[in-house]
Design a protein around this ligand. Sequence first.
Ligand code: HEC
Ligand code: HEC
Length: 315
Amino acid sequence: MEKLFLSAFLFLGCMLIASDSKVFVPPSDKDIPGGKLGSTIKYGKELLERFPYYLGQKGSIGQYGGNGLACQSCHLKAGTVPYGLNYFSVHARYPQYRGREGKILTLSQRINNCIERPLNGTKMPLQSDEMIAMVTYIKWMGEGIPTGGRVKGDTLKDIKIPIKAADSIRGKIVYDKYCMVCHQKDGQGVMKDDAIAYKYPPVWGFASYQPGSSMHRIIKAAKFIKNNMPLGVTYKSPVLTDEEAIDVAAYINDDRIHKRPKYEFVVVEYPHIEDKPIDYHKPPYADKFSQEQHKFGPFQPIYDWRKENGQYLGY
Ligand code: HEC
Ligand code: HEC
């Protein structure tokens, strides 16, 4: 009896540990309901997978994207990958205050940010069928997550910030070894045969994301790269060390080496400078550190100083 009790206890204990360590599993295609709702969800998913075909420069429905990137060039596999810029809890967290605008944005407005910056394009109408479909898919994916809630795996996975600054020269060695085979020596990737979307997207240059995109921030990009690149890697089996990820993120995002498109719209970014993330490339800053240090690090002294002074610690 005692033995039985003990094994039941152990079994329950293991279940608890297992469920605690489980990352969120999004619903799959077979869970999509029927009817109008289901067809809207499917359309939203299709758009997030194949944006350039519908809404890119050669889009069949409208031209909003300004390059060949798809949402899932970054929000991998229609935003379903743990620690891969997924959409798990996104709907639950909007509307949300955004420091860059200094305003509360709805999810549709946040999507437009990604169309303007990473896709180097122009805002879509908020009430278009396409915007509604994308939001409907994202909402469906996170059904049941309470307002403001988070689930395991919905962020980028944190990495250890190295003591020394990121180094583009070391980063180039990492790039040549692990990334060049797909993203190419010139960083321009490879288009599909249809010349509309990419097989391997560009990581710098005028066809790539704008500066001011989150992927242009070195720590943010390193967190993505470490757990998702080279393609096929997951958070369970990373290939790069944290330091290699930071260095290669610095290399692809080094504006002294590589060009990027400029924003064509004039906006005041971070109207409250104290909202600016640690790794944002553009001054002014509410702390005493240089632009160079905010861009490449060492980041730890900035973090420590901000912590001591009760300032924003985001990166
Ligand atoms: C070049 C990479 C890239 C592309 C392409 C891209 N995004 Fe993003 N997106 C990001 C990054 C990086 C973030 C910031 C995530 C974070 O802060 O952790 C983000 C944030 C978002 C968010 C907010 C997520 C949150 O948790 O608050 C949404 C929604 C979003 N993107 C939708 C889209 C859609 C829709 C498209 C296509 C029209 C798109 N993105 C294209 C990189 C990209
Ligand atoms: C086997 C091919 C392959 C390798 C190797 C690879 N990538 Fe990627 N990468 C991709 C693909 C494909 C995507 C877009 C995701 C998709 O379409 O599913 C991508 C997306 C990206 C993105 C976001 C989209 C963009 O255009 O910026 C970055 C950044 C990136 N890779 C960086 C790297 C880095 C850094 C390395 C080396 C450590 C690397 N990749 C190695 C195939 C690869």
